[in-house]
Design a protein around this ligand. Structure first.
Ligand code: R5P
Length: 281
């Protein structure tokens, strides 16, 4: 078995290869003069782990080309971050179910697929090959533990993400709650933990994705007003668009960290061991 990756997932793929005690395939990436993507894979094996986060349209095309290049091998697809997964239903007439459209692209050329903290697990039914979704909750928890915070309060930004936050909190036996939004007026909204009090505590807000950082930046300001000592933000997938990292830091978040499903300067823990364990079955 060998591991191969698209450009956006090189570091994670090398870590997965290390965890599996196998080698990574050298790949040349370039573009044709008209801008079309090109790649040429080095020597393949008869069994291949293809790693590629769908972070944008080019990454998606590169992944499709990679799957095609690996024809003839038994391929296991790893989608560390699956872009388009948040449009998981038709919210308005005329919209696509984007997650379905993307999942259907992976029906050919791979035997099975692994996703990581996919935004909506319902999407798995669209893949058409055996797909397993793994969670990095314990890895997020292990990183928080290494920070040695004094009795942190783990918060999810909403009740939908509470189960993930509880999984994170179980690592240290920490308190856990979710933020609740209360509309005070037409323009004023209050966000506070539903049951617990943030005063004099270190708070870690955990989510599957930080995109613009808007939700967490607003929540942090309110938590500081409620007396929180320090607010930290973490997620699995650091999408971090539009200057989100700086936005969070400028709004008083002490530290922002994520996994390497999207490779970032603030990727502090790796999905590699969890993915390797799922591949071993
Ligand atoms: C949404 O459903 C996700 O779980 C995240 O809560 C969301 O993507 C965060 O968005 P933002 O960082 O833009 O507030």
């Amino acid at each position: 078995m060998k591991v191969i990756s698209t450009e956006k997932s090189q570091v994670l793929a090398a870590r997965i290869a290390g965890a599996l005690n196998t080698t990574i395939v050298d790949v040349k990436f370039s573009r044709f003069p008209d801008g079309e993507l090109y790649l040429a894979a080095g020597e393949l094996d008869d069994e291949t782990v293809i790693v590629g986060s769908v972070t944008d349209s080019d990454a998606l095309v590169q992944l499709l080309l990679m799957i095609d290049a690996c024809e003839g091998s038994r391929n296991h697809l790893v989608l560390p971050y699956m872009g388009y997964a948040r449009q998981d239903k038709r919210f308005k007439n005329g919209e696509p179910i984007s997650a379905r459209a993307i999942a259907r692209l992976f029906r050919n050329g791979v035997e099975d697929c692994i996703t990581v903290n996919i935004h909506e697990p319902e999407v798995l039914k669209y893949f058409g090959v055996q797909t397993t979704n793994i969670s990095l909750g314990k890895d997020v928890g292990a990183y928080i533990k290494s920070m040695d915070l004094n009795d942190p309060l783990i918060l999810s930004p909403d009740d939908g993400a509470l189960a993930f936050a509880e999984n994170v909190a179980s690592v240290g036996g920490w308190d856990c709650d979710h933020l609740e939004k209360t509309r005070l007026s037409g323009v004023e909204v209050k966000m506070a933990p539903k049951k617990l009090c943030a005063a004099s505590r270190s708070v870690v807000i955990v989510d599957d994705i930080i995109s613009t950082g808007g939700t967490i930046a607003t929540a942090a300001g309110m938590l500081y007003k409620q007396g929180a000592t320090n607010v930290y933000a973490t997620c699995v997938h650091g999408v971090l668009i539009g200057g989100a990292y700086v936005h969070l830091k400028a709004n008083g978040i002490r530290d922002v960290f994520c996994s390497d499903t999207i490779e970032r300067g603030c990727s502090r823990f790796s999905a590699a061991n969890c993915i390797a364990a799922a591949l071993r079955g």
